[in-house]
Design a protein around this ligand. Sequence first.
Ligand SMILES: *Cc1c(COP(=O)(O)O)cnc(C)c1O
Length: 430
Amino acid sequence: MKYYSLNGTTQTVNFKEAVILGQAADKGLFFPNEIPQLSDDFRQNWKSFSKERIAYEVIKPYVGDSIQADQLLQIVSETIAFDFPLVQISENIYTLELFHGPTSAFKDVGARFMSRCLQQFSKDSGKKTTVLVATSGDTGGAVADAFHGVTGVEVVILFPSKKVSKLQELQLTTYGDNITALEIEGTFDDCQAMVKQAFADKDLMESYHFSSANSINVARWLSQQFYYFYAIQQWPHPEPPVISVPSGNFGNICAGLMAARSGLHTGGFIAACNENDVFTEFIESGEYRPRASVVTVSNAMDVGNPSNFARVLQVFENDTDWLKKTLSSYSYTSEETTDAIAQVYRESGYLMDPHGAVGYLALDEHLTRNPGRGIFLETAHPAKFADIVEPIAGHAVAMPETSKKLFDKKSVSTILPADYTAFKQFMLHG
Ligand SMILES: *Cc1c(COP(=O)(O)O)cnc(C)c1O
């Protein structure tokens, strides 16, 4: 399997190079030059396969000979070492809970797969890699957890001081060892600008071999296919479900679309968005108008220019009529989102997080127009957004065990001004 750049230059790379580089030299997204098709044996028998075997067989053609079979099996087994339960909410609506991983959000899957791939590559080459990440909250935690203790990889995380939740801050600052947390006295945009500048800094490149862990990395993107198979594996009805995905950068839904194109039977997909609705608008009007993001209660989806947009188009070979047959999109305000959390909690006792709630709203509306059954993805545990869901539930929401433990750990971070020179000094001299 080769990967090429969606920006059109002719550079092609294998899986290993794509993972290490993150993006192509022309700054384009890597895309596989063919979408592998599930084998006949897989199509007939996969529902009785183990989670590990499904993940292995799905990702194997994408990895090619970059990782040996036994090592790849080990990597996927560690990646998916938690539950992905399908839970019924109402007669026609189910949710796939993706928050049973170590940081209680679906990003654990992609981050764990990517960290283990990089560990393997660093073992093979003997070179040390430094992963630089800017985070507004969730990504940094998933990356810190996934890379903690991974040999040959150092992680430096920049987060905006006082702008992440208490739990998120603990998820960034309590690991230590190969994880360094930098608390930047500025905004997320400042953090991101510093990371970008570092990637282009010749002085730093003499001492470091940098890599990124953002969602455009093919290892993070493609491993998110696994749980679409787990959803269908648990589906109790003969007609396949439509799947509603709370979307921001569109990496998650784009993985589901790849799974469908390789032969997984679904009833189509819904891109569920908050007020950052450039994609919904694109589906309705055919016009794509990226713009600055606005703040909502589902803040991990506050994206005004989804970084995987070009990939979503490429899945359908840039044929928007084909795209619209498979993919619908709806968007909702923060008020509609919190109302939905309250309503579903009242009617079924199920407490959604704000991201899952956007997925629920889109699915519910879609099923009113197109009767059938469907699944929305619950992308984070509601306790991660306690300030929003607790007033609605009227009581405290118990935190997952993995998160509780963080409160007993020592939090360590270095505070730096939002100034590139200070950051560079820190990287060169500590
Ligand atoms: C990142 C994130 C999303 C959006 O996922 P994309 O792959 O960027 O579309 C949705 N929900 C939660 C909780 C997230 O952390």
